[in-house]
Design a protein around this ligand. Structure first.
Ligand SMILES: [Zn+2]
Length: 330
């Protein structure tokens, strides 16, 4: 993914903290106020996840174990042996949860030649055919020894734990939990079309198959485990869906993390936005409060906090019935 701030080109902080950031960036660290009290359910100040019973049944510690397992596999850049091992791991976990799993193979021309990739989609039937999608990418940036514990890893662990709950649940809507391949650019820099291969493929396939009109909401997550987690709203995302996710998070007590300022980020939700699907992106890419380990060899397991996985998981498992209320009248 690319932020207009992180990329150093198109800076687009918007919203309530704009003046604050614009004023204080030059002064260094304390640029963003975080005055809200943290939730007792998942306290961002601690590393440990609370018991699952405190976060809607979502087990942050188990999600963290999935991240650890992925990191132990090593780099998983699209088309590599590590990627194939990561695919087998994700598919094996989903099947062990009883999820119906679609493996969607495709090939794409890339700057390093034609690469075979695989999207993995848990398609959980519901009472209604309308679809809600939760999604992440699982591939890592093509860099020697880069394991992407937070970048790709944290949200993959999150989505696996979410799948374990949703696949057992009686759902009013059909739920797809999607693991995209090839989000990362093969070249060092993010330049279209060298990025988001998997999401562009799935959106195109859904348009061709006729599934796209059934897709009512697409919620993307990435980089949600890091220290000092901070999640501004993404400006290109669909307003009502962003409002639903952020207001749910704030109601659960996570206002200090799910912030009200905004930043523009190009990511896997864009392929769906372009096709008029409501989509939003939960991502901590631009974070002046933290050492920037993004796309460095320091993106290792010690950077991922189980408490943060629990918090975001709590939000997603709480948003699902809200979406059912909206689209299935349940
Ligand atoms: Zn990345």
């Amino acid at each position: 993914m690319k932020s207009r701030l992180a990329a150093g080109r198109r800076v687009a902080w918007l919203g309530v903290s704009f003046l604050c950031c614009a004023t204080l960036t030059a002064c260094g660290a304390a640029s963003i106020p975080t005055s809200e009290a943290a939730s007792p359910a998942a306290n961002p100040a601690t590393n440990e996840a609370p018991p699952a019973s405190a976060t809607g049944g979502f087990d942050g510690q188990r999600a963290f174990q999935y991240v650890a397992d992925l990191v132990a596999i090593g780099p998983r850049s699209a088309g590599t042996d590590g990627s194939h091992r990561a695919q087998q791991y994700i598919i094996g976990k989903l099947k062990s949860f009883g999820c119906p799993v679609d493996e969607e193979d495709f090939t794409s021309p890339t700057p390093i030649g034609t690469v075979t990739m695989k999207n993995i989609v848990a398609k959980v039937p519901g009472t209604k055919p309308d679809i809600v999608m939760f999604a992440t990418h699982y591939d890592t940036k093509r860099m020697d020894n880069f394991v992407g514990a937070n970048d790709g890893g944290s949200s993959t662990g999150l989505m696996l734990e979410l799948a374990s709950l949703v696949c057992k649940r009686k759902n009013a809507l059909t739920v797809w939990i999607t693991f995209f391949d090839g989000e990362e650019a093969f070249n060092p820099d993010w330049k279209d079309p060298d990025n988001t291969y998997g999401s562009r493929e799935l959106a195109a396939r859904m348009a061709l198959s006729g599934d796209l009109p059934r897709l009512k909401a697409m919620i993307l997550a990435d980089m949600i485990g890091g220290q000092d987690l901070r999640l501004p709203r993404e400006t290109d995302s669909t307003a009502w869906l962003t409002d639903l996710v952020w207001s749910t998070a704030q109601r659960l007590g996570y206002r200090s993390v799910f912030a009200n300022d905004s930043v523009e980020i190009d990511d896997d939700h864009d392929a769906f936005l372009r096709r008029k699907v409501a989509a939003t992106d939960i991502i901590d890419l631009v974070n002046p409060q933290r050492e920037n380990f993004w796309h460095t060899l320091s993106d290792t397991l010690d950077k991922v906090k189980p408490a943060n996985l629990a918090m975001v998981g709590h939000v997603l498992i709480t948003v699902l019935p809200e979406l059912e209320q909206r689209f299935a009248g349940k």
